[in-house]
Design a protein around this ligand. Structure first.
Ligand code: BYC
Length: 475
């Protein structure tokens, strides 16, 4: 292994590269949160009992050799605190403080806003673990089961990342927020998770792959904007989280590849679109799941126009995707932008100040990226000589946040009445029949080297291991 640039200290109770040992108060505060976290993991984390899982653990934040792979009992996984290397010359790249040195402490006037951003980010991480907790029991292979648990432990680590910031920089209020992150629960009536998509169910593996493709990708873009933050510890935390995040999206992208591949095989073998009865997932059902997960993920970017985001940008708390590559003044005080709008009941555009349009800016970057996956899945159909194609529905389809939340729109972008929406929604979003069918396929395959019939095996295993490796030892 390459020498560690910033070593993780694994002799500590809480592995870290932030010199936790030097700050006894902080260390004690985090050590007292640790048992609460472990209780939460026991009661809300993965339900399938395992002996150990072939997991990647972060050992370094440098470019090379940052992870170690090995079989680990999940309850002994070392959730640690890792920040990317500090750049001592780093300066604020945007907003009214552009050009000034980045902050190592939280400026008083931005305390409430920064805390809010960190809490919202932190809330999504345990939420996703809760949403996915029952999936181990129906894993289509040990390879997939291992990937699920990898995603779960890393989301747990991302919760640690946000809790570290709350404890280290926000005093008593931060500690209270850290407790609350373990008390809210996905889908709970009394205290749900903050953002909509994180209260939806992930009851089957098609939903899991769609979630890791579309919803984890929102994570990529939001973390990308927080990586630009003038608050340097937040920036460095997000930079390292992004590294782990790419595997989560890989799980989604290749998971959907493999579902489409298997569906295509069945379609060709039996010369039919209706592969449901053959143990596969029909393309139109895949499309409906895609429609659902894409639209709830679009909601995660907030309204088309938002004074919150304008304030975050101006203050230097949250930047744009690839801020430093943008060719403008990085302050945007005199700029304008066209954003989606509903004009006289029709879908149109309106010109607004660029600052208040920044949620739209980020959502557009995200949409472009989502299209890449669709193109990739369509290549599988094309290469098989099939005429069908998957597509992203219109941005206004099935929206519950923003300007389109007040209207109903078809996947093609046609505005329709509420009655028509109710009549036709079953053609566009998963129905109970579709969900029951998908769930009926979710029979566990826990034998080494075997795979469920509704999905193709992966082309490669993990970390150079073959597909039939013993990725998980069940209890
Ligand atoms: N559901 O001014 P607006 C991830 C609220 S995912 C419910 O347009 P703003 C991950 C909003 O809070 C990334 N409520 O919003 C993925 C506001 O409430 P207040 C998570 C919503 O502030 C997979 C009101 O509506 N990170 O990491 O401009 C697995 C008006 O909204 C929703 C972040 O999101 C919604 N969908 O933008 C694991 C980054 N959308 O103020 C992990 C931090 C909006 O009236 N968060 N609202 O009480 C932010 O940057 C912003 O808060 C948002 C919203 C982009 C979420």
């Amino acid at each position: 292994m390459t020498p560690l640039t910033t070593p993780a200290d694994y002799s500590e109770k809480i592995p870290n590269n932030v010199d936790l040992r030097e700050d006894r108060r902080l260390q004690r505060a985090l050590e007292s949160w640790q048992p609460d976290f472990l209780n939460w993991w026991e009661s809300m984390g993965p339900t399938l009992p395992t002996e150990d899982v072939y997991l990647r653990t972060a050992v370094n934040v440098g470019r090379e050799g940052w992870a170690h792979f090995g079989h680990v009992a999940m309850k002994d996984y070392r959730w640690g605190i890792f920040l990317a290397e500090r750049d001592r010359d780093r300066r604020i790249a945007f907003g009214q403080h552009r050009g000034e040195p980045v902050w190592q402490k939280v400026p008083g006037e931005y305390r409430a806003d920064l805390r809010r951003l960190i809490v919202i980010q932190g809330d999504t991480e345990p939420a996703s673990v809760e949403q996915q907790r029952n999936l181990g029991a129906t894993a289509p292979s040990l390879y997939d089961m291992r990937n699920l648990f990898q995603v779960n432990v890393e989301e747990g680590r991302h919760l640690w990342a946000m809790v570290y910031l709350l404890h280290a920089y926000f005093g008593r209020e931060g500690r209270e927020e850290a407790e609350e992150l373990l008390h809210r629960n996905s889908g709970s009536e009394e205290s749900p998770r903050i953002l909509g998509a994180f209260n939806e169910e992930t009851p089957d593996w098609l939903s899991f792959f769609m979630f890791t493709y579309f919803t984890d990708r929102d994570g990529k873009y939001q973390l990308g904007t927080l990586k630009e933050s003038a608050f340097d510890p937040l920036s460095r935390t997000c930079e390292f989280m992004l590294k782990e995040e790419s595997h989560h999206m890989f799980v989604g992208t290749t998971g959907i590849d493999r579902v489409v591949e298997r569906t295509v095989q069945l379609m060709l073998e039996h010369d039919t679109d209706d592969v449901g009865g053959l143990g596969g997932i029909p393309l139109n059902v895949i499309q409906k799941y895609l429609n659902f997960h894409y639209s709830v993920s679009l909601d995660l970017f907030g309204s088309e126009t938002s004074t919150n985001v304008a304030n975050y940008f101006t203050a230097g708390l949250k930047g744009r995707w690839s801020e430093e590559r943008r060719r403008d003044d990085h302050r945007l005080t005199d700029d304008s932008v066209m954003v989606d709008a509903v004009v006289d009941g029709r879908i149109g555009q309106t010109e607004v100040a660029a600052l208040v349009g920044l949620n739209t800016d980020l959502r557009r970057e995200y949409i472009r990226d989502c299209q890449n996956g669709v193109n990739r899945w369509n290549r599988i159909l094309e290469e098989a000589g099939l005429p069908q194609r998957l597509r992203l529905p219109h941005t206004a389809f099935n929206r519950r946040v923003g300007v389109f939340s007040g209207i109903e729109v078809t996947p093609e972008g046609e505005v329709i009445s509420v009655e028509e929406w109710e009549r036709r929604r079953g053609a566009w979003l998963p129905t109970d029949v579709d969900k029951t069918h998908v769930r009926s396929l979710m029979r566990p395959v826990h034998e080494r080297g075997k795979i469920a019939a509704w999905i193709a095996p992966p082309r490669q295993g993990i970390n150079g291991k073959p597909f039939d490796y013993d990725y998980v030892h069940l209890a």
